[in-house]
Design a protein. Sequence first.
Length: 221
Amino acid sequence: MIAVAIDGPAGAGKSTIAKTIAKELAYIYVDTGALYRATALNALQNDIAPSEEEKITAMLKNTCIELRFIDGVQRVFLNGKDVSESIRTSEVSMTASKIAALPIVRSFLLDLQRDIAKKNNVLMDGRDIGTVVLPNAQVKIFLTASAECRAKRRYHDYLEAGNTSESYETILQDILQRDYQDSHRAVAPLKQADDAIMVDTSDDTLKESVEKIIAIIQGKI
Ligand code: DC
């Protein structure tokens, strides 16, 4: 099996780029952030704060999170219910980033991610794929862009989706806070693997980023 790990901060374009490349190479695109988001949604629905570790541990005992691939498109299920859309709010984003710092949450989701990569050629995106989840991935990319650029893209995505309630400033602050939380946690922090290739998408169009990464993958495989 072939594994391409794509790690990087929020809003660097990982999912858009990885989806496009996965289609072109006929790999499965795995968005691991959705697993942390589903866990966060579960906590929010049960009124549990990310700081309440014991309650989270108990909650996980009754939690079933699954990824299903329908026509190659990932859907995430929480206790049998498709939550693929409801995990995309800024409240869930921030809670996911906080809850992802808990070792119990990370180990709960680890095998699920590894199992998918055992059975499929994958392009897997996240924060710790090249460092922890798939350290033997044949290709590792660290995808990044300036915080301002990432916030601008998010802002335009929201506007396009008809969401005018989030200001650019709020989005930028959320991105900076998540960057800090994701890269300063003790377990599996966001960081570039020693053998990962860094791609900065700040000045690139989607097409240019996709071409750069496909060239890297083809050079390695
Ligand atoms: O990729 P995303 O923005 O959907 O991820 C949401 C949060 O989940 C992110 O802020 C940190 C966490 N996460 C993680 O810790 N490890 C991963 N492999 C993927 C996401």
